[in-house]
Design a protein around this ligand. Structure first.
Ligand code: COA
Ligand code: AMP
Length: 629
């Protein structure tokens, strides 16, 4: 079957298509149907089936006689260690951890926050939750205590599982003080914490509340898999929206496993037993889907990599990992390749490694710029596939389905919609536009299995943020076009979300932090272009009249404030003080115009601008920090 036939089949008979895909996972009791539409426009998939996520990702492979197959390879150039775990070992470890959690009262439906770096224990914690039917929420290690606290209050976990520390090049990230800080700020108090003590730092445990990862497992009965409904939440993953309150994307167990399992063969061209490497972090959706659940459910070996594409120790690290572990498919963000290309422009280090095992490179998380794609194609000699998706969708909305057939690659396009996604480009009034015309990218409802059914405890926000603007559609928040051949092009976000090194960040959230500085009267944060990270946040600060602190000092304090409140991942280092912000006569800040000025692009002064002279002031302020770069 060709891509077009498969896509059409999913469109004309979604019931049959997805029920067939559902055969790829193990059910305790099969669902009677695929789609539940009684609550439209809220949809659910495989709602009345019963299954277990951990069984599918771990136990079933052991039961099928593959217990000796490698499930996880942990490769950490930061500690200089490589550690391999078979499916049988993983099963024992996860069952033991789940047993200990259960002994402390964790049950189906309880939330568990996981705050861990790139160690196998992070996956084990996720899988132990899945084993019990507990709902995990992994928080990325680059977030500060305050962000962790916001998530603790939103999902009210019974327990938090954390590591004593994470490792970044040249520094130890002290997780435990961050966790303690978050627990002080948060109104909700979990019943207990479990701390995985790493060799690099042994954290202080608080008597009564904190338990050592190993000690609390002594003597407990390993837990079996608890069957859950297909529409039981597997996890909540918070992602940036337009405000400081992140959106808790909910993922239901059944659809999530069915779609991910389908994607491993059909999109990524994998077979069970082969090695898949998503060089991301478990704290992001890519990590949830393609470090943990998809490769394991499909019976592949997954790589947990603790390092960076450059500097750990050099720009050849990715090639070493691919060679050492026989990686067939690498998935990463374009920024990683931009970093490698910057350090080793000629790709000299590629030649030092036998990369004959590598068959494809998939890029996602941000726009893949043509230079990077061409460089990767040239140096690696394998198909380089851009694919587009979001935390909300959990798997690709558009891609090039290597496992079905490789469609011609059009550089600049993530190719074509995946089965189940009816992607359309709409004008402001919600009418489809002609091929080649720009508009808002929307997906006709229902979305396919694996995508978000709602936001955690925030159905009204879910409807408002995604469903109301274009009734009958899911609004992606991206703008772009579809060409005559049906290829999609993703051009920009339609909201205040920016993308920094493949990390999705809210400028609104940063503005909230800046506005809390006592000397800041008004502020704006925009995303400016950056050759390495794609975008960087830049703040414009208007100070209170009579503010006594020197402007440079306010800038310094604001940079620190964002790092302390949101975290280092925000990469907020650029800010300038200005007298006024450019606004329309109705008071709307002209952020898009500010971006153009900072990027050195030509633009038309908006007709609605209140005072065009302010644009010169912005230009002059930017010049003081070397912008346009
Ligand atoms: N825990 C704590 N801090 C973290 C962290 C983590 N898990 N991840 C990143 N940080 C910190 C970094 O140390 C850095 O801090 P600094 O300001 O003190 O230098 C800051 O957050 C910004 O990190 P990052 O954006 O990763 O920049 P970088 O300069 O360290 O590295 C790249 C740049 C391009 C090499 C890096 O971003 C990268 O490898 N990106 C790959 C893309 C990726 O994984 N995307 C995920 C979605 S697919
Ligand atoms: P996240 O939820 O962190 O995965 O970020 C999702 C957003 O990243 C999308 O809405 C896009 O704006 C952007 N994005 C992801 N993949 C791509 C891609 N292949 N091309 C362009 N933008 C992308």
């Amino acid at each position: 079957m060709r891509y077009a036939d498969i896509y059409d089949r999913a469109k004309t008979d979604p019931e049959a298509f997805w029920m067939e895909a559902a055969e790829g996972v193990d059910w305790v009791s099969r669902p009677s149907r695929a789609l539940s539409d009684e609550k439209a426009p809220l949809y659910e998939w495989f709602a009345d089936g019963m299954l277990n996520g951990c069984w599918n990702a771990v136990d079933r492979h052991v039961a099928a006689g593959h217990g000796d197959r490698l499930a996880i390879i942990h490769d950490s150039p930061l500690t200089g260690t490589v550690h391999k775990i078979t499916y049988a070992e993983l099963q024992a470890r996860v069952a033991s951890l789940a047993g200990a959690l259960r002994a402390k009262g964790v049950e189906k439906g309880d939330r568990v926050i996981i705050y861990m770096p790139m160690v196998p224990e992070a996956l084990e914690a996720m899988l132990a939750c899945a084993r019990l039917g507990a709902v995990h929420s992994v928080v990325f290690g680059g977030f500060a205590a305050n962000e962790l606290a916001v998530r603790i209050d939103d999902c009210a976990p019974k327990c938090i599982i954390a590591a004593s520390c994470g490792l970044e090049p040249g520094r130890v990230v002290h997780y435990k003080p961050l966790l303690d800080g978050a627990l002080e700020i948060a109104a909700h108090k979990p019943e207990f914490c479990v701390i995985f003590q790493r060799e690099q730092e042994v954290a202080h445990l608080e008597e009564g509340r904190d338990h050592d990862w190993h000690a609390f497992q002594y003597g407990v009965e390993p837990a079996d898999c608890v069957p859950v409904e297909g529409n039981h939440p597997a996890y909540i993953l918070y992602t940036s929206g337009t405000t400081g309150q992140p959106k808790g994307v909910v993922r239901h167990t059944g659809g999530h496993l069915v779609a991910l399992n389908w994607s491993m063969r059909n999109l990524y061209g994998m077979n069970p037993g082969e090695v898949f490497w998503a060089a991301s972090d478990v704290g992001w959706v890519v990590g949830h889907s393609y470090i943990c659940y998809a490769p394991l459910t499909f019976g592949c070996t997954t790589i947990v990599f603790e390092g960076k594409p450059v500097g750990t120790p050099d720009a050849g690290t990715f090639w070493r990992v691919i060679r050492d572990h026989g990686v067939k498919c690498l998935f990463t963000a374009p920024t990683a390749f931009r970093a490698i290309k910057r350090d080793d422009p000629k790709g000299v280090l590629v030649g030092d490694y036998d990369l004959s095992c590598l068959e494809s490179l998939f890029l996602a998380g941000e726009r893949a710029d043509p230079d990077t794609i061409v460089w990767a194609q040239d140096k690696l000699g394998v198909p380089v596939i851009d694919h587009w998706w979001q935390t909300e969708t959990g798997w690709a909305i558009a891609g090039n389905p290597l496992g079905i057939e490789q469609l011609p690659v059009k550089i600049g396009s993530p190719s074509v919609p995946m089965p189940g996604y009816d992607v359309q480009i709409l004008d402001e009034a919600g009418h489809p536009v002609k091929p080649g015309e720009l508009g808002a990218i929307a997906v006709k409802l229902p979305l396919p299995p694996g995508t978000l059914p709602t936001l955690w405890n925030a159905e009204a926000r879910f409807r408002k943020a995604y469903l109301e603007h274009f009734p009958g559609y899911y609004e992606t928040g991206d703008a772009g076009m579809i060409d005559e051949d049906g290829y999609l092009y993703i051009m920009a976000r339609t909201d205040d979300v920016i993308n920094v090194a493949g990390h999705r960040l809210s400028t609104g959230a940063m503005e909230e932090v800046l506005a809390s500085h006592p000397d800041v009267a008004e502020c704006a944060v925009i995303g400016v272009s950056d050759t390495l990270k794609g975008q960087l946040p830049m703040g414009f600060l208007c100070l209170n009249k009579g503010a006594e602190t020197a402007p440079e000092q306010v800038v310094k304090e604001c940079v620190k404030l964002v790092r302390d409140r949101i975290g280092p991942v925000a990469a907020f280092k650029l800010a300038v003080v200005v007298d006024r912000l450019p606004k329309t006569r109705s008071g709307k800040i002209l952020r898009a115009t500010m971006v153009k000025i900072a990027d050195g692009e030509s633009f038309k002064t908006p007709a609605t601008i209140d005072d065009p002279a302010i644009l010169d002031e912005i230009r002059a302020a930017l010049a003081t920090i070397g912008y346009p770069a």
